[in-house]
Design a binder for this molecule. Structure first.
Ligand SMILES: [Zn+2]
Ligand SMILES: [Zn+2]
Ligand SMILES: [Zn+2]
Length: 491
């Protein structure tokens, strides 16, 4: 199949090239505003005048008017007060049909859970029995394909972490490693257990390229791996690991990986990037997407695609550039803490979830009820950091997952903001009180997912950061989740 390459500019920024310093591009302005809001969430609710003033202080060199800024932000979905005007890509997400799914993971569902179509959220996971808060719903589930954590590549290459699961081997003594043959004969790599070593069927062909494998070019794998690591392109790296397994073993397990991956919902990464409102590190699109260093990610994607095909020449026909971007989008849409888990990929989002997860050192995952769940109720987890205030949460969900959240919590919080904005507009209130200093996230540049994992592990309740309701003098600091979660979409 000939390679189709469509070049589209990010968002509507036709002025992307005007970088003479004085006239900022749409992207530059959006990046700066999103960053400013991350640093001082309270500013997301302030008067346009105040926001303009802050942006001007940060960039006195920019030729920008208040009206220009307002229009630009509205255009990019960043300051829209009418929800119908917000464009989302949810409609473009494709879901392979449910009967085509082979539920090899039926054990994980048991007779406790089932996957069903929902009226407005695609597929969802539902309970088949009552659960009490704290109950284990999904136990010790392996990822679809274990992806060695990319951020530990150097440690793994230097024999400081297990080559398969990335677990530190600091407390395993070297004698134990040698007598159990947990080290590689040809390089510094080690494994934490016999099980991990046995399962790691891709290390030798990728790293040592014995017997000149036609399916995988080990030398090019090194280049591909380095490219992914340098660009924090977790999705591409993960694809590489999955396809190595798929191509290198004829095992049933490897074929299942591909089947499961193919049955997950997907949308092209290009679509996701087009709906992004910012491109910088710390922007709204997940940092591990590997497009964050540049306003136009297309050249990086093409470079990654070429290295991918150089590594797996036999995939050239099957995976063209567009398909590659679909795979990247599919991974990012379904990943939980940088791994894919089959059953959990069907769990829909709610900002007041009824389950939380814990991942262990072997990257297996467990799901627990956060509150009582009735038979027949839908299971919800959260895709975003629930500590973030409503606008940021909804932006994160819109950009990364393509929908505008209408969960009960979002509705309630949006209503409060609307009331506040109205009061400000009617001049009943003059000063927007910002979050106290201790609650500002001056350095929240980390990717949201590790935060979330930590949080879900520890918290039974979320500490909510909600800006003061102006004038009321009261600030809600914590919310207990003791109400029943109803379906997030009611209309
Ligand atoms: Zn291991
Ligand atoms: Zn080796
Ligand atoms: Zn919500």
């Amino acid at each position: 199949m000939p390679m189709r390459i469509k070049v589209l500019s990010l968002n509507d920024s036709e002025d992307l090239q005007s970088q003479d310093g004085s006239r900022p591009t749409t992207q530059m302005v959006c990046d700066d505003v999103v960053l400013l809001w991350k640093e001082e969430p309270g500013l997301e609710y302030c008067h346009m005048g105040e926001l303009f003033e802050r942006v001007s202080q940060r960039h006195p060199e920019w030729e920008l008017t208040k009206e220009g800024l307002e229009e630009l932000l509205a255009d990019q979905n960043l300051r829209v007060f009418n929800e119908e005007d917000i464009d989302v890509y949810g409609e473009e997400i494709e879901t392979p049909s449910l009967d085509s799914i082979r539920l090899d993971d039926k054990n994980a569902l048991g007779n406790q859970l089932e996957i069903k179509d929902t009226p407005h959220m695609g597929r969802g996971l539902f309970s088949l029995k009552d659960f009490n808060a704290g109950d284990l719903l999904i136990k010790d589930l392996e990822p679809i394909c274990l992806i060695p954590p990319m951020e530990k590549l150097t440690l793994m290459q230097n024999g400081k972490a297990c080559s398969l699961c990335g677990q530190s081997i600091a407390n395993i003594n070297s004698h134990f490693i040698v007598i159990n043959g947990l080290d590689c004969n040809d390089c510094q790599a080690v494994w934490c257990s016999k099980k991990c070593k046995l399962k790691d069927i891709i290390h030798a062909p990728l790293t040592h390229n014995k017997g000149k494998n036609k399916l995988v070019n080990g030398g090019n794998w090194r280049k591909f791996e380095k490219f992914c690591s340098d660009n924090v392109f977790v999705a591409a790296y993960s694809l590489g690991i999955m396809f190595s397994k798929y191509l290198l073993t004829k095992s049933k397990e490897a074929q299942t990986i591909k089947k499961k991956f193919d049955s997950l919902a997907f949308v092209s990464q290009r679509t996701r990037a087009q709906y992004s409102d910012s491109s910088n590190i710390g922007g709204t699109l997940d940092a591990s997407d590997g497009v964050n260093t540049t306003a136009d990610p297309e050249p990086k994607w093409k470079e990654g695609y070429q290295l991918f095909i150089d590594t797996f020449p036999s995939l050239k026909e099957e995976v063209d550039y567009e398909r590659f971007l679909e795979y990247i989008g599919r991974f990012n849409l379904n990943a939980i803490a940088e791994q894919l888990y089959y059953i959990p990929s069907f769990i829909n989002h709610n900002c007041e979830p009824n389950v939380r997860f814990e991942k262990d050192s072997r990257l297996h995952i467990n799901f627990y009820a956060r509150k009582d769940i009735k038979k027949g109720e839908q299971i919800f987890m959260t895709y975003c950091n629930p500590l973030h205030e409503v606008n940021l949460r909804r932006r994160e969900l819109r950009v990364n997952y393509g929908f505008l959240c209408f969960c009960d919590r979002c509705r309630k919080e949006v209503k409060t903001i609307k009331r506040t904005n109205k009061a400000v507009a009617e001049n009943k209130l003059h000063v927007v009180e910002r979050l106290p200093d201790s609650h500002r996230r001056k350095s929240s540049l980390r990717s949201k997912r590790p935060d979330l994992e930590e949080l879900m592990r520890n918290g039974k309740e979320f500490e909510l950061e909600i800006p003061d309701v102006i004038g009321s003098g009261k600030r809600r600091t914590s919310v207990r989740f003791d109400t029943t979660v109803s379906l997030a979409f009611e209309e």
